[in-house]
Design a protein around this ligand. Structure first.
Ligand SMILES: Cc1ncc(COP(=O)(O)O)c(C=O)c1O
Length: 443
């Protein structure tokens, strides 16, 4: 039976007697005012998670603490960029579009890091002109491009090299591989990362300050990060042996896991970062190099748990299965256009009835959207109350990361609104798209 679970919903969500409330506003009131589907972001929760990552990094690494760069790809809007700015952490952007959001609110360029495996010349120029702190170089072509554009602008650009360390991590497992068959970064095993170091050092307009790696997503244990850190520290040691000086910075990327289902727990930044600090310090001592300035790039772990999607039930249907069983389908007014993760990765979610108490027994349910696609499934198998009917509101928690940011207009469905809630007050931070917005693109 699916029930409210405080470990999965945002921190200021409650099930109060007979309804869900977020920051003391009932799901019913939010839906009456803003419609559905609706992303509801718990602002205080976002702020406290972001601040916790900052303090945890500082506590774990002390003088060697670099920056927490919030990964904009997980979800960014101008208002969220303002919160990130106020909390005092940095922003990781990987396109000119994400950078434009930062620029639109005057986010300090000195706290922006630019990623991307295929940055266009326009994007590089946009970023360098804005003065971004660091560009993470991803290919040999980019060494020439960033160097040339920096030189045109009369700059010396700080850069990291993105290294693929042959470590892949997802959830509780990681694997170490000799070859890195991915589009990102420079392979360590093949020697490409070392060649990139030499090539960057030959460019007068580039200042190589560190290494970067990002090993996966939904990671809960430190082993994968430890394996990657150990390989990168090996490269830092080789750099010191070869050039007689140290590369001072190391960015360990994002990928920290959160709870989506009952029984799961969102990773505690204090725990993971103190484990990482121990590993990094030990490896650096063994390699006889100074502990580098350590940065991290959590996206999902900051915004994921803060957001709940509210849907209206449109139709329900009983479907006979082989063997005399049946399954009830509940269709809501969104689907794969605002949550592609179940279709893309087989991601799993919880849903609860949000506007009233369920009555009577539950039944085997599949929660689906309204798109013309059999795979338009939000939750493949869930027990939900048999009395759920059109007009009811369902709440799906932990949709803050890679929900809205991956949203599409499939079937010409306008993208949902995003509303921020705090202390009993709600305000729209991204308005609902209109059909006119979509038609306005056409010539
Ligand atoms: C380079 C880099 N940094 C950070 C992130 C954020 O990952 P997460 O949201 O899982 O923390 C990603 C995600 O793909 C990434 O590619």
């Amino acid at each position: 039976m699916s029930a409210f679970d405080p470990a999965i919903f945002s921190r200021n969500s409650r099930f109060e007697v007979d309804h869900l409330s977020i920051a003391s506003i009932s799901a019913d009131d939010l839906v009456s005012e803003f419609g559905t589907p609706l992303f509801v972001i718990d602002e205080a929760d976002f702020r406290s998670r972001a601040a916790h990552w900052k303090s945890a990094l500082e506590e774990a690494f002390g003088e060697s603490a670099g920056s927490v760069y919030y990964a904009a790809k997980s979800f960014i809007s101008k208002e969220v960029a303002r919160w990130v700015e106020q909390i005092g952490i940095g922003l990781d952007v990987c396109t000119g579009g994400e950078l434009a959001v930062a620029q639109a609110i005057g986010f300090p360029a000195s706290r922006v890091e630019l990623h991307g495996n295929n940055k266009s010349e326009d994007e590089i120029r946009q970023a360098l002109s804005y003065g971004v702190h660091t560009v993470v170089i991803d290919s040999f072509f980019e060494i020439e491009r960033v160097s040339r554009i920096a030189s045109e602008l009369g700059l010396i650009q700080r850069v990291y090299i993105r290294v693929t360390p042959g470590v892949e991590a997802h959830t509780h497992e990681f694997i170490s591989t000799a070859h890195e068959d991915v589009k990102f970064g420079f392979s360590l095993a093949s020697g490409a990362a070392w060649d990139a170091i030499s090539a960057i050092r030959a460019e007068n307009s580039l200042q190589l300050v560190g290494l970067h790696s990002h090993i996966g997503s939904q990671i809960f244990e430190s082993e994968g990060f430890a394996a990657a850190a150990s390989k990168l520290i090996g490269l830092l040691a080789r750099f010191k042996d070869t050039y007689g000086q140290e590369l001072p910075e190391l960015d360990l990327g994002g990928g920290y896991g959160i709870a989506y289902l009952p029984g799961e727990v969102t990773l505690d930044p204090s725990r993971i970062l103190s484990e990482l600090a121990e590993i990094v310090k030990r490896e650096c001592a063994a390699a006889q190099i100074a502990v580098p300035i350590i940065s991290v790039e959590p996206g999902r772990a900051i915004v994921g748990p803060t957001t709940t999607t509210l849907y209206s039930v449109g139709t329900t249907k009983e479907v006979e299965l082989d063997g005399g069983q049946s399954r009830r389908y509940i269709a809501v007014d969104g689907g794969m256009s605002e949550n592609i993760r179940p279709a893309l990765y087989g991601a799993e979610y919880l849903a609860i009835l949000a506007n009233r108490l369920p009555l009577g027994p539950t039944c085997a349910t599949r929660l689906v959207g309204k798109h013309c696609e059999t795979g338009d499934i939000i939750i493949r198998d869930i027990e939900l109350s048999a009395d759920i009917a059109p007009g009811d509101i369902l709440a799906v928690p932990a949709t803050g990361a890679y929900g809205y940011s991956m949203a599409s207009n499939y079937n010409h469905l306008p993208r949902p609104a995003v509303v921020a809630v705090i202390d009993g007050k709600s305000r729209l931070i991204v308005r609902r798209e209109r059909i006119e917005d979509l038609l306005a693109l056409e010539i």
